[in-house]
Structures are given as C-alpha cells and as structure tokens.
Write a protein that binds this ligand. Structure first.
Ligand code: GYE
Length: 327
C-alpha cells in the first residue's frame, strides 16, 4: 500500500498501482489485508434463463465457498440495467474484485470506468463486452463462442455432405449477447459460402425453453420445409422439440437439431435421438474464477483471456458421458 501521500495524489497513486495490476503488470498488492478470508467479491449473474446458467451459478458459489472467499451475488434477470445497478452497489461497498457475466456486449464503458476510477478490478466471466478500452477489465474467462458456432457448422457440413438443399432455421440467444452474436457468426463462417445451405428463418428465443418453443411454433407455421434447427443453446432446442412433436413430427428424424451447451437435459435428448449433435460449452467456471481473483488481489499477473476447454457430442458419446455428467 502506498503511504505518506494524501488526498488526490494518494488516489491517483493507488489507481496507477491498480491499473498496473489491471494491465497484467507487476502491480503490487492492491488491497488491504492478506488472507483469503479477507477478500470480498461482488458477482453479477445474467439471470436464471437456462440449465447452463443454473449450473454456472451453483459452480461459482461452491467454488468461492470452498475457497473461503466471501461472494456477494446478484441475479440480473437478463436485464442490463440490473447489472449496472449491482456493479454500482459493489463499487459503493468497496468490494475487492467485481466479477460479472455481461448479458449483452455493448454499453458497459461508463460503469466499468466507474469501477476503474474506484480502483476495483473487474473480471469478465462467460460473456465478453465490446469495450474498445480493454484496460477496463483485468481478464475475460470463458468459452470461444465463434469456435462453438464453427463446430456446429462443421457437423452440419458433414451431416449434409450429399444433400442438394438444406433449409435451416436458427433459434438465436438473447439479442446483443456475445454467445448469440458469435454462435451466429461461427455457423456462417463454415457454411456461409455454400448456396445449398439456406438459413430461411432466424429469431431470438432469449436462451429459454419457453422462448425456443414459441419461436419454433411460429417457424413451423410459416415454413413447411424445415430440415434443420440450429439452436444457440440446449434449452431453446428442448423447447423446439416440444413444438415439433406438437406439430406431429419426429424431432431428430423429420427435423434434425444441433445445439450448444451439453447440459444434462440436452444430453438426454441427444441420447434419445431427439437432438442430433451438441457442441459443448462448459459452465464450470468457478475454480478458474477463484484462481483469477486470488491472483488479482495478490497483485500477480493474470492472463487477459482465459479459454475454457470444450468438446462436442454425438449420440453415442452422449450415452457414454451421461452417467458422469455433473450438470
Ligand atoms: O450457452 C446459454 C446461457 O453465456 C454461454 O448463456 C452462456 C450462454 C449459454 O443462457 O445456455
């Protein structure tokens, strides 16, 4: 801690110390106290929109409890304004680190600047922000959603290698969310140039099962000839299954489905043949987040981008993986 200087100079010096730390430099210890027991972290979660999110919340809470670090938790119910309020309240409470999963990519600069000015480092978990000034956060921990979309695209390409025409409908995640933007882009990166693939409809189902069902019902009414559903998560895919069955068709056979996440319910549907392929997106980010928080508080260098390890699942692989699946 910097001593013997006061007022504005002290604040400025502290900021420099923390910014150094934020940029991954040698930083210095930016907080008082030492043991893990003294650390307080404020976490603003997106909501409880999906099985993925529930698993993520459980994992993050458990990891902090195990580490003996106090976690202040708030659920933003998929609303950016709630997240901004939560972050401002964490700044007021002078927590040591703020972690959050930004519901959408844009519009964070002001509040992130407020955190920076208060000398509180911010860690992004799961979803990214599009801020040009990357010094506004110390690290971003989570998946590469473009790669996930590309993995879905590779499966589509192989599955329909011999087809002449493939009509695809897309269930998009929450509008403006990084995983929605990137999973849309990833699929198109792989199949975009091939005219036999036609994305005939694309709409948001907000990452929820109810949303997926409702949008799929509408798709089925206006498109008699759907070959494939590309769903940005399992939950919307599970909603689509209900809509397809209600329309008297067989999901996985009459209309194929590829999704992202690989939560238990999705994996069960894949094992049952109702979903045809799942790209994994791991919600188990708790341990890595604890690690980043400890390092940041200790003034150690942290990687600006920490990627999650992920795979893909076919039906046989889902059957094999299901008994040990934790979420
Ligand atoms: O895929 C979806 C959830 O941000 C990766 O959010 C996460 C996504 C996940 O609602 O199920």
């Amino acid at each position: 801690m910097i001593k013997k200087i006061t007022g504005v100079a002290a604040t400025a010096a502290m900021l420099i110390a923390l910014t150094g730390c934020a940029a991954g430099g040698d930083g210095g210890n930016g907080t008082d106290g030492g043991g893990d027991g003294d650390i307080v972290v404020g976490f603003s979660q997106v909501g409880a929109e999906s099985g993925w999110r529930t698993a993520n919340t459980i994992d993050v809470k458990a990891a902090f409890e195990e580490a003996g670090i106090e976690l202040k938790f708030s659920d933003a119910q998929q609303k950016q304004e709630n997240q901004i309020k939560a972050i401002r309240s964490y700044i007021q409470q002078q927590v040591d680190v703020i972690a959050f999963s930004p519901v959408v990519e844009s519009g964070w600069d002001t509040v992130l600047k407020e955190a920076k000015d208060a000398g509180i480092p911010v860690v992004l978990t799961d979803r990214a922000v599009d801020s040009a000034d990357t010094s506004l956060y110390v690290s971003f921990l989570g998946s590469d959603f473009i790669v996930e979309g590309e993995r879905a695209g590779e499966w589509v390409k192989t599955e329909y290698a011999d087809a002449d025409k493939v009509n695809i409908v897309e269930l998009q995640g929450t509008t403006g969310a990084a995983p929605a933007n990137d999973r849309a882009e990833g699929l198109r990166n792989v199949i975009g140039d091939d005219p036999k693939f036609d994305i005939i409809a694309s709409q948001t189902g907000d990452f929820t099962r109810a949303g997926g069902k409702q949008v799929m019902e509408a798709f089925l009414k206006s498109n008699p000839d759907i070959d494939l559903v590309y769903s940005h998560n399992d939950d919307m895919g599970l909603g689509a299954i209900e809509a397809i069955e209600a329309a008297g068709m067989v999901p996985g056979v009459d209309i194929k489905i590829v999704t992202v996440d690989a939560v238990k319910d999705g994996m069960q549907a894949l094992a049952d043949g109702k979903i045809n392929f799942i790209v994994e997106c791991s919600p188990l980010l708790g341990a890595q987040l604890v690690d980043v928080v400890k390092k940041v508080v200790a003034g150690e260098t942290v990687e600006k981008r920490i990627l999650t390890d992920e795979t893909t699942f076919t039906q046989e692989q889902a059957i094999e993986a299901l008994p040990d699946r934790k979420y």
